[in-house]
Design a protein around this ligand. Structure first.
Ligand SMILES: [Zn+2]
Length: 396
């Protein structure tokens, strides 16, 4: 592929360096990825497993890639996507068809002047070495996380924060299954597994509104996420229906003052009773919440919440039974932070024996947590098609 770009105009348009092409040259034992950039950019590369990815991380980058970029026909790289993970950091994520390990990164000014060629060399690897490298990455990320929690120094973890909200707790049991299991326990166990999975994946930080059996008012859950500047808020619940124990499957809701259907309205009404069950009086005039309610028309967050919900449904579809209409909207009080993309996952029905069997299966929990973690990852690090963060950076 021949590339002849002039960067004179581009580098004036934005302070961030431009990456204008990604060229991938697979060989028998190694692969070269060449990035064409407007200036010398400091990049680091590492791998993560589950799914296998190579991540190239750098400062804020203005991606101006040709429209055909993103999918590969051959070689160890199946596809790639790119975007900002924070105002200061960008990533290109290469989905791997085969394990590879990153080697040297060599930057050279192009002969014509103006552009720089950044070559990253990958060598084919075996599964064991790849897993070893991937777990070293995850460990280093966790250490960074711990370090930034202990010091207020320069080590600031800028990874996006996912707030996971296990529903109910304490004297608010939530739904009770026919065999006496409580929703509050099921969703806490699932939320803890999901948090662990996201942490292991290493791309996001996680905070739980509760990690034990305590009652938390709905508005406090919302405040918890807002005060920490969450990138995503995910509430976890288990549905119930008395009419039939045949009905089963997961449903993903977004918050909306207008319900998508009567069932969604019923679920929201039920979940919104948490405060009165838990023994607190909801404060509809609370100033923070009033401010949030003022943003009810915040269209962009609603669109992003819809994208988030869609990513989750798409990802979990091969792992769990879905409700016949798995994407719904209703006025959940806990989804009222309309400046944070938010979704409420009813992971299944407490009233369904099949769903209950899943909730208590470690294999299902692990796979489901994996899929949701992947969905979050896709949502926060989108490809050029329908990407949220890539669009939000205001880049052309
Ligand atoms: Zn619930």
């Amino acid at each position: 592929m021949l590339v002849a770009y002039s960067f004179i105009g581009l580098s004036c348009a934005s302070a961030a360096p431009v990456i204008a092409d990604v060229q991938i040259a697979p060989g028998a034992t190694s692969t070269r990825i060449k990035l064409i950039a407007s200036e010398s950019v400091s990049l680091k590369a590492f791998v993560l497993s589950n799914p296998d990815r190579l991540i190239v991380e750098g400062p804020d980058i203005n991606f101006q890639l040709p429209p055909e970029s993103g999918s590969m026909a051959e070689g160890p790289i199946a596809s790639y996507r790119y975007g900002s993970v924070s105002p200061e950091r960008s990533r290109i994520v290469f989905d791997l068809a085969k394990p590879v390990l990153p080697g040297d990164i060599v930057t050279t000014p192009s002969a014509g002047g103006g552009a720089y060629s950044i070559a990253l060399y990958l060598t084919n690897s075996d599964r064991k070495s790849f897993e070893k490298a991937a777990s070293a990455t995850a460990e280093a990320m966790l250490k960074l996380d711990a370090g930034s929690a202990q010091t207020s120094g320069p080590l600031v973890d800028t990874r996006p924060l996912i707030v996971i909200d296990p529903g109910h707790g304490g004297n608010d049991l939530g739904a009770t299954s026919p065999n006496g299991l409580f929703e509050k326990d099921i969703v806490l166990a699932f939320a803890l597994a999901l948090a662990k999975k996201i942490e292991a994946q290493g791309l996001c930080r996680v905070a739980l509104t509760r990690d034990q059996d305590i009652f938390i008012p709905l508005d406090d859950r919302v405040k918890f996420a807002r005060q920490r500047g969450a990138a995503v808020f995910l509430s976890i619940h288990g549905d119930t229906i008395t009419a039939s124990n045949e009905i089963r499957g997961a449903t993903v809701y977004i918050g909306d003052d207008k319900s998508s259907d009567a069932d969604a309205a019923r679920v929201a009404e039920y979940e919104n009773k948490s405060d009165s069950v838990g023994g607190v009086v909801s404060q509809p005039t609370d100033s923070t919440i009033a401010d949030i309610l003022g943003d009810l028309t915040h269209r962009e967050t609603r669109i992003r919440s819809s994208l988030l919900a869609r990513e989750i449904v798409t990802r979990i579809a091969d792992t769990t039974h879905l409700n016949h209409n798995p994407l719904r909207a209703a006025g959940f009080r806990v989804l009222r932070a309309f400046d944070i993309p938010a979704a409420l996952i009813e992971i299944g029905y407490m009233s369904s024996k099949s769903d209950l069997d899943q909730f208590t299966s470690p294999q299902w929990t692990d796979r489901m947590a994996n899929r949701i973690s992947d969905a979050l990852y896709d949502f926060l690090l989108p490809s050029r098609n329908g990407g949220t963060l890539a669009q939000d950076t205001g880049q052309p």
